[in-house]
Design a binder for this molecule. Structure first.
Ligand code: SF4
Length: 419
């Protein structure tokens, strides 16, 4: 298995070929659709009755088990149907505009996705692959930009443009598997760092990229069901973690419907400070958030809720903060990820000193909680936590609203409100 030569590797940037970015795609892609979406696509080209179910299963296997890129290779699909599929649909994925590879093997892809409404620009989202020897974690995005303006987060400085569709969320995994050669019979790119334990190169998924997943809960839930399908992408609910800043009303629902693991971006132990670091706290304060965690259906001592805590020097890293954190989490099956702050251009915070992080970690550990300090990954390509932000110009929220129908505008405003 190829391994990364850490001593000599350098970050690389590979711009993709220029593309026409303002036109709507001529034909829709089937990549990322759930079974109902595939059924509707088949019915639209005249496949009916019992045949539909069989054809959905065939397409499902080709797209999600084998990573098919063309209809022509679908050897068990009739010639007539293949021709109809070619005429009406594609298997296009989001285009990778830039691929960056960190010296530590982390990969960041800037992907371009088509507009969802006529007149809109194409959008760009970021997806990050973080390999270790025994797992390959893919950090995926759920929105273009984010409404939540967490003050330590670079992604939060990019305004929300729109929610990703379920298919666009799923397609990020398809692209990652394409780029890593993570389909049957394929090989990873020369020199790529991928797990060497014999499992899939993309084995774990975290919804921690751009956006707040629970502000796009319908599409996120639908996408998770595609990822979890054991006749398709075959990911395990134990290996998928949804991270939220604390959209309290949706936490129980997504847990009941999908059973995935939960992570909470906590970052502060008093409402005053959390109001500043995670402004959503003004709407759903710490006590309400922790109640939702206590009732999370998929949590147990074997599957603990992860509390993310970014270490900000002189802000949230005191010994008192650590002790209060321990008191707050009492009764919740929890583990705490301490995240050294990743500076980004213009950020007002500094990372806590290493000795202080260790003192903080010891207090949490002595209270019986696992408290690993997360090793920053992909810092040289701005792929580490809180650093994602696509760099190209986008339609701002207001411009986009002008293109939307009234109903869409109302939904968009409701989603964007944090008070
Ligand atoms: S931490 Fe998450 S929710 Fe907060 S601004 Fe960043 S992307 Fe949005």
């Amino acid at each position: 298995m190829p391994t990364l030569d850490l001593a000599n590797a350098k970050p690389v940037v590979k711009p993709a070929a220029a593309a026409a970015v303002h036109a709507l795609p001529a034909k829709p892609s089937l990549v990322g659709l759930d079974r109902a979406g595939l059924k509707a696509a088949l019915e639209a080209i005249g496949i009916e009755g019992k045949e539909t179910r069989m054809r959905v299963s065939q397409l499902w296997g080709w797209i999600y088990q084998r990573g098919a890129k063309t209809f022509e290779e679908m050897s068990n699909v009739s010639k007539h149907l293949r021709a109809a599929l070619v005429e009406n649909y594609t298997l296009d994925r989001p285009e990778v505009v830039v691929e960056q590879v960190s010296v530590d093997g982390t990969r960041k892809w800037l992907m371009r996705i088509p507009p969802s409404i006529a007149g809109e620009k194409w959008h760009e989202i970021e997806t990050v692959y973080i390999p270790t020897r025994d797992r390959g974690t893919l950090c995926i995005s759920s929105q273009v930009g984010c409404t939540l303006t967490c003050s330590f987060c670079h992604t939060g400085t990019q305004k929300l443009v729109r929610n990703l569709t379920a298919a666009e969320i799923v397609a990020q995994i398809i692209v990652a598997r394409d780029r890593l050669g993570d389909w049957p019979g394929q090989q990873p790119p020369e020199g790529a760092f991928v797990p060497d334990d014999g499992g899939r190169f993309v084995s774990n998924i975290v919804l921690m990229g751009m956006g707040e997943p629970l502000y796009n809960v319908e599409n996120v839930t639908a996408a998770l069901k595609v990822l979890l399908d054991q006749d398709g992408l075959q990911l395990s609910k134990r290996r998928i973690t949804l991270s939220t800043s604390g959209v309290v009303p949706e936490i129980g629902r997504v847990g009941a419907e999908t059973g995935v693991s939960l992570a909470i971006s906590l970052h502060a132990v008093t409402d005053d400070l959390r109001d500043e670091l995670v402004p959503l706290n003004r709407k759903y304060p710490i006590a309400d958030l922790l109640d939702a965690c206590r009732n999370y259906p998929a949590a147990s001592n074997a599957r603990r809720i992860t509390f993310e805590y970014v270490m900000l020097k002189g802000v949230n890293d005191s010994i008192d903060d650590a002790k209060r954190l321990v008191r707050l989490l009492k009764g919740i099956p929890a583990k705490i990820n301490l995240i050294p702050f990743n500076p980004w251009p213009g950020s007002k915070y500094e990372c806590s000193d290493w000795e202080q992080i260790e003192r903080f970690s010891e207090i949490v550990f002595d209270a019986g909680y696992s408290s690993p300090v997360r090793t920053p990954r992909g810092r040289d390509i701005l792929a580490a936590c809180g650093q994602l932000k696509s760099e190209t110009e986008k339609l701002r929220a207001k411009e986009r609203a002008e293109l939307m129908s009234k109903a869409e505008q109302d939904a968009f405003r409701a989603m964007s409100m944090v008070d």
